[in-house]
Design a protein. Sequence first.
Length: 475
Amino acid sequence: MRRIGPALVFERLWEETGCRAVIAALAGQRKHGFALERAVFLTVLHRLFVSGSDRAADRWREDYAIAGVAELDLHHLYRAMAWLGEELPEKEQDGRTPFSPRCLKDMVEERLFAHRRDLLTRLDLVFMDTTSLYFEGAGGQTLGRHGYSKDHRPDLRQMILAVLLDGDGRPVCSEMWPGNTADVTTLIPVVDRLRGRFAIARVCVVADRGMISAETVAELEARRLLYILGVRERSDKLVRELVLEDVAPFVPLVINKRGRQTDYEAKTVMLAGRRYIVCRNRQEAEKDAADRASIVAALERQLTKGDKALVGNTGYRRFLNTISDDHFAIDPDKIAEDSKFDGIFVLRTNTDLDPLAAMLCYKQLWTVEQTFRTAKHLLSTRPIFHKLDETIRGHVFCSFLALVLKKALEDRIAALGRSGSWPEIIADLDSLTETEIAYDGKRFIVRSAPRPGASLALRAAGVALPPTVRDAAAS
């Protein structure tokens, strides 16, 4: 029995996105002695369905019908990873640092972007998000470093991975840094390289509040780049004390999505030559107010029993006034101050977009972050056993290519006016099999019936199923 669903769908998307042609063309410039493009596709396909190490991919493929991989050995997968992560000659480094060199995988990204130039004539919006990937070992010569771990594993070395997506959520490129690199220092170098690599004349950078600093904003403005950046409204004193006190009326907007109505409102506040957009989600505001009322009610009940239980509870203490070392009372001023943030998020921008348009652009970043979270199993790639920077970069880049194929399938499903659960689609494709059986002196290949998720994916990709029963001798 062989599983046929994964290759049926993703071979087609591998070709239509340009991945096959781009990698085959670059690989063809040398004589590798094995089907390098097939080795990369096998790794990417494994990443879509299981993830994990290249050794695991080599074992996994034995149960699958995948064209052109029968002659591949494990060392071919390692060589393919090293090729993808290989540093280009010094003359092609375009100002890169030793910790973020220009590699062959960058050429793949640029050619993939060029392949769809007719579909994406300009790159107006760029969304960036980052994650950390930890290693069981040293993590290469330069990439593996101790730093702030988003996986809550500060004991292990890690690297930082950034993925940049366009306004439609399509992956554009990836960047990799040593694990001790702070998010806030990465944005400007990435934007500089982005403009040069993809010949972008006008770009608006949309980034979350973890990316913003005074230095980042100054650098963006020095480069005359447009930006929409999230602001830490609670910790930014200027925003907290002046921007949120502005009394100008909000402009409302109602968004209907999947049968649910969400009420937004936004307004511009100019302060010291800076343009802020104050936004509010009214449903979230109601939820925040209800949550706070619940906490205050619990506080009132707790205070009647004594104060000691509240000493270490920071969730409660943000609404309390300390009367003595271990005696508290509810502070109405703190409650009133907290209510200013109900459903609120604040943006800083130098665009001339109206407040609602700026808010909607930033909301797209939330979609990108959701894409990032749902693709976490693709991007985690663990365990990573490679010991060299180039093989690590290639290994992780295959996750980027998997994300390209995932987005391509999701777009095609959306074009049908349909939606589907990604885990169900993957599981249903994985369940589609062919089995060879003997009957009456002949051998036949019998295909299983496709489950709903597999049928949807096949239809979206424009792939026809093989016959339910066919003569094995004719295959």
